[in-house]
Write a protein that binds this ligand. Structure first.
Ligand SMILES: Nc1ncnc2c1ncn2[C@@H]1O[C@H](COP(=O)(O)OP(=O)(O)O)[C@@H](O)[C@H]1O
Ligand SMILES: O=C(CO)[C@@H](O)[C@H](O)COP(=O)(O)O
Length: 465
């Protein structure tokens, strides 16, 4: 159906919610937006994402929308049967049950370096291939019914396009599966078979500006991508800039001109949504650490910020190891959070709040170090995601990271990137919009990073208990 509509829609189907933006493709301005929550938990019926998407699209309205793109939480395993129905709830990126399967797969291929060379990423429990192995091992009857595997954004894109015979994915999201190689740009069907015990259908990898289908209403559907690649598409970090996304995950990434193959496993060598590369470090513990701290202290986010700002740097020696939900980077799936160094002198609500923010930021500072270790230049950090709305995070970040920091204006950058891709698919060229930049917050005391991070490292590495 031909449409005379003028706008494009971008979707972020992330861990906690679906967010939809209707955007003017002429300048990238947001004209309408809506949001629907997702169920909690690390395994979710994908139909809940579809319902959230349908609800949010219904609220924003699509009569004047010509194209749509979906960026989604990475790595989630959506296993489908012969008729295209999910055989079980999707296992999400933050589900750690497949940690032993990750270790087994590493051994079977001959070690971490072999994986880094093969696909760019050493498997941890987040990576889709390990979830396939867990399913074939722990739920063989369920596995027997599976015919195809998709990622969350693949599945939503496929459904938006009316479930065509040939589902699609893109380089950005495919690179988080463990069975698509960022190094060669090809599927490694042998690794999928090694993980699952037999072959499964996988989506075709569409090109960045491709129209992969049409909705029943005639909207052009773009290839979509993973949420972090979506944010990178929206922001376009310059050389030396690293994006730090403080959502459910803490994701630290930037564009790069060559694939990464980090055998230490800290840096995932992902692809981006433009044809380039997106080395990325992901922690399991970011915005929710702040929420847990606020809950512990019985305050709202603003009250929590006020407490954290009122304490001195270093929180009187109190340190939080922020691995509340286990950790992915470093690979400690069974870890728990720990406050260390509590004394009668430092036992104040202010220090508890400050240690919480500092601990979360130290985890992200470690992630930045891992990128630098891989030869990625880092001179400035750009903060996005729900946790970047915390005033205490914004205030403390430059001194803990030891970097100038820009907190980008609160926007749904992942959905904006998806809208940008939809505009690209619609008009055949990538739009030229840039996002507004904010004032840079400079490092105020360069000794803080060293001192706070040294105490944190003692706790992280077991030298202080
Ligand atoms: N002002 C704030 N202070 C601290 N945390 C916040 C604030 N605003 C939102 N958040 C947290 O940000 C998270 C949601 O961020 P978002 O980037 O949308 O996550 P995701 O992409 O994982 O769904 C929630 O955990 C929420 O509690
Ligand atoms: O696993 C990763 C990146 O490798 C996560 O970043 C997920 O993509 C989920 O992101 P959020 O929902 O936290 O934005």
């Amino acid at each position: 159906m031909a449409r005379s509509a003028t706008y494009v829609a971008g979707v972020d189907s992330s861990t906690q919610a679906t967010k939809v933006l209707v955007v003017d493709p002429a300048d990238g301005s947001v004209v309408r937006e809506a949001r629907r929550p997702h169920p909690d938990g690390t395994e979710v019926d994908p139909r809940a994402w579809w319902d959230a998407l349908a609800g949010a699209l219904g609220e924003v309205g699509t009569d004047d929308v010509a194209a749509i793109g979906v960026a989604g939480q990475q790595h989630g395993m959506v296993l489908l049967d012969e008729s295209g129905q999910p055989v079980r709830d999707a296992l999400l990126w933050n589900d750690t049950r497949s940690a032993p399967d990750a270790r087994a797969l590493i051994d079977e291929l001959g070690g971490a370096a072999a994986w880094a060379e093969a696909v760019g990423t050493v498997p941890v429990a987040s990576i889709t291939a390990t979830k396939l192995r867990w399913t074939s091992r722990a739920e063989p009857d369920t596995a027997a019914r599976a015919r195809s595997v998709m990622l969350p954004h693949d599945w939503l894109t496929w459904r938006l396009a009316g479930a065509p015979d040939e589902p699609t994915t893109d380089r950005g999201d495919a690179s988080g599966t463990g069975y698509w190689s960022t190094v060669t740009g090809e599927y490694r069907h042998d690794l999928l078979e090694m993980a699952f015990g037999r072959s499964l259908s996988v989506p075709r990898v569409a090109s960045p500006g491709e129209v992969v289908g049409r909705t029943p209403d005639g909207l052009a559907v773009s290839a979509g991508t993973g949420d972090n690649a979506g944010a990178a598409l929206a922001i376009g970090p310059a050389a030396g800039e690293v994006v730090i996304s403080i959502g459910t995950s803490g994701a630290v990434f930037t564009g790069h001109d060559q694939p990464s193959t980090d055998a230490s496993g800290l840096v995932a060598g992902f692809a981006d949504a433009r044809g380039g590369y997106l080395p990325l470090v992901c922690t399991l513990n970011a915005a929710r650490v702040l929420g847990a701290g606020a809950g512990l202290l019985g305050v709202d986010p603003e009250g929590f910020d006020e407490l954290a700002r009122a304490a001195s740097p270093g929180a009187g020696g109190l340190v939080l190891l922020p691995y509340l939900d286990g950790e992915r980077t470093p690979d400690r799936p069974d870890a728990q959070g720990r406050y260390v160094g509590l004394t009668t002198t430092n036992a104040t609500r202010e220090n508890l709040a400050r240690a919480t923010v500092e601990g979360m930021l130290c985890g992200l500072a470690d992630a930045v170090d891992a990128l630098v270790e891989q030869g990625v230049p880092v001179r400035r950090a750009l903060l996005i995601g729900g946790g970047s709305r915390s005033g205490a995070v914004a205030d403390l970040a430059p001194d803990i990271l030891g970097l100038p920091v820009e907190v980008l204006s609160p926007q749904e950058y992942v959905a904006l990137g998806a809208a940008r891709q939809a505009a690209w698919a619609l008009h055949g060229e990538e739009p030229g919009w840039t996002v507004a930049r904010e004032t840079t917050r400079e490092v105020t005391d360069s000794s803080i990073s060293g001192e706070v991070r040294a105490r944190y490292a003692d706790v992280r590495d077991g030298r202080a208990r």
